[in-house]
Ligand binder design. Structure first.
Ligand code: MG
Length: 272
């Protein structure tokens, strides 16, 4: 089994300071969180931007730019920029940040009903974002909220809009997405084309459970306050504490943890 790649999703769109004092909001705080997560054992950072004034999700290029350059300067982490739509749904808003040429970016290959809204990803939008990523040498992380989205991702590869081997992230346990059960995780894994790599992002208490199974099944683990703010019931977490726990869990099960360099090889990232 390959070493475990730990992705830190440190901010996301939803958690606010009111909910947890540990969520990094400003570019400086996000960079600092990246430094601490790398020290703890993370190889990838999943990046969202916020408006520092009111903590709302932001599509502002300048904010992404500050975060990107700060992380580049201070870490060797693989930077994975979100192209998610909570901050703004239009293609232009979601694609502009790709011009920073991060090594990776997230790409959701279908639409989802969130609890309060529609997360709309039309076939045209998905193909345009995929084409941009391919053109810029950015590896997509296919964000899979339901099993049909795997097929959509494979189709992108068949059309020449994404290079194989593909890399997937299973988002499990979000209201409106696939429930976080072991049976579903096994089914998702078996639905992947041979040679793919995969990570699982369990939401809330599903984070630890799904990640533990990913360790055992040869997948990879995404942790962080984007998906879950509690270390255990009633106890708030920091991002780096989540990384530390994942490193310990992997060691208990005899699985090493990948450095960013090792993660680049495991996920077949293009040399820069
Ligand atoms: Mg995200």
């Amino acid at each position: 089994m390959e070493k475990l790649i730990i992705t830190a999703a440190v901010t996301g769109s939803l958690p606010t300071r009111k909910k947890t004092p540990h969520v990094p909001i400003t570019p400086a705080e996000i960079v600092e969180a990246g430094v601490r997560c790398e020290q703890a054992g993370a190889a990838v950072i999943h990046v969202h931007a916020r408006n520092p004034a009111d903590e709302s999700p932001s599509t502002e290029f300048k904010i992404f730019e500050q975060i990107y350059h700060g992380l580049k300067e201070r870490t060797n982490l693989i930077i994975q920029i979100s192209t998610g739509g909570r901050a703004g749904m239009a293609y232009e808003q979601r694609s502009e940040r790709l011009s920073l040429k991060p090594e990776m970016a997230s790409l959701t290959t279908g639409s989802v009903n969130f609890a309060d809204s529609v997360y709309a990803n039309s076939p045209e939008l998905i193909e345009r974002l995929a084409a941009d990523m391919k053109h810029l040498g950015i590896k997509p992380e296919m964000e899979i909220f339901d099993v049909s989205m795997i097929r959509n991702a494979v189709e992108l590869a068949e059309k020449g809009l994404a290079d194989t081997p593909l890399h997937f992230d299973f988002v499990m346990g979000l209201k409106g997405a696939i429930p976080a059960t072991i049976e579903n995780l096994v089914h998702l894994k078996h639905s992947l084309p041979a040679g793919s790599t995969w990570t699982v992002a369990g939401i809330g208490p599903a984070q630890l459970i799904m990640n533990t199974h990913a360790i055992l099944m040869g997948g990879h683990a995404r942790i962080g306050l984007e998906d879950n703010i509690y270390f255990r019931k009633g106890e708030l977490a920091s991002n780096e504490r989540f990384v530390e726990r994942m490193v310990k869990m992997a060691a208990e099960f005899g699985r090493g943890v990948a450095t960013p360099e090792e993660a680049r090889r495991i996920m077949s990232l293009k040399a820069r």
